[in-house]
Design a protein around this ligand. Structure first.
Ligand SMILES: *Cc1c(COP(=O)(O)O)cnc(C)c1O
Length: 225
């Protein structure tokens, strides 16, 4: 039994030396890769689609079968951009999931949007698509999901609901880079798909994110009557 916390002079539970966690993570060889790239004339532009940014955006478009990709500073920013881009406004409602990283839903609060939580499937942790319809009101504009731990959500059911009710689907794929649903990579399905490229993700740029879509304008017909 622990009768005194380590901070008050008790025996520490963890005995291996500090630091237990380093930030930012050190990636072996990264500075050489970046250095070689810049020395060879490569551009690291933050203002336009050039160099390796363009290559990465184009490659992600072709892998996910999408027309457009935009790299962002984080997955959270890609989600925020997606919600902003589909024209969400204060008073709108978006159906989200009770189990995900918080950024699947938190950018909605910046837009004054009401988050309506849907329960998840007990086996996958994914949004329970059969419960979505019961949460739709006249203010519902969109659904945001996450493919938990790489397991794709019920894509066809969600697409049917969105088509029938005129809702947008923001597909957060931050757990599921290169997961497949019916032989296509996730990121191919939502009106807007978003990936985090943060250091713990399956595909990482250290920090970063990307947004993928097929259209340059929203709403489509039916989204806002
Ligand atoms: C990591 C993650 C995000 C946020 O990504 P950042 O790049 O850390 O901002 C969003 N959604 C899910 C599901 C995530 O796992």
């Amino acid at each position: 039994m622990i009768d005194k916390l380590a901070i008050h002079g008790g025996t520490p539970v963890i005995s291996n030396p500090k630091p237990h966690f380093r930030w930012p993570p050190h990636v072996e060889g990264l500075s050489k890769v970046v250095g070689d790239y810049i020395e060879s004339g490569g551009k690291l532009s933050i203002v336009d689609r050039s160099g390796i940014y363009q290559q990465l955006e184009d490659r992600l478009c072709s892998l996910m079968g999408r027309k457009y990709a935009i790299l962002t500073s984080s997955g959270t920013m890609a989600l925020y951009s997606a919600f902003f881009g589909i024209d969400l406004r204060p008073g709108d409602e978006v159906i989200s999931t009770v189990y995900s990283f918080h950024a699947t839903a938190t950018p909605l609060l910046h837009l004054g949007v009401k988050v309506v939580f849907c329960d998840v499937e007990p086996d996958t942790g994914n949004i329970n698509a059969s419960q979505i319809s019961g949460l739709i009101t006249e203010n519902t504009r969109a659904i945001v999901t996450n493919h938990m731990w790489g397991h794709p959500v019920d894509v066809s059911v969600i697409q049917d609901i969105c088509r029938e009710k005129g809702l947008a689907w923001v597909e957060d794929c931050s757990h599921a880079h290169f997961s497949e649903y019916r032989s296509r990579f996730v990121g191919a399905f939502g009106d807007v798909a978003v990936f985090s490229l943060q250091g713990n993700k399956l595909l990482t740029g250290g920090e970063g994110g990307v947004l993928l879509t097929n259209r340059t304008e929203y709403p489509s017909s039916g989204h806002r009557n």
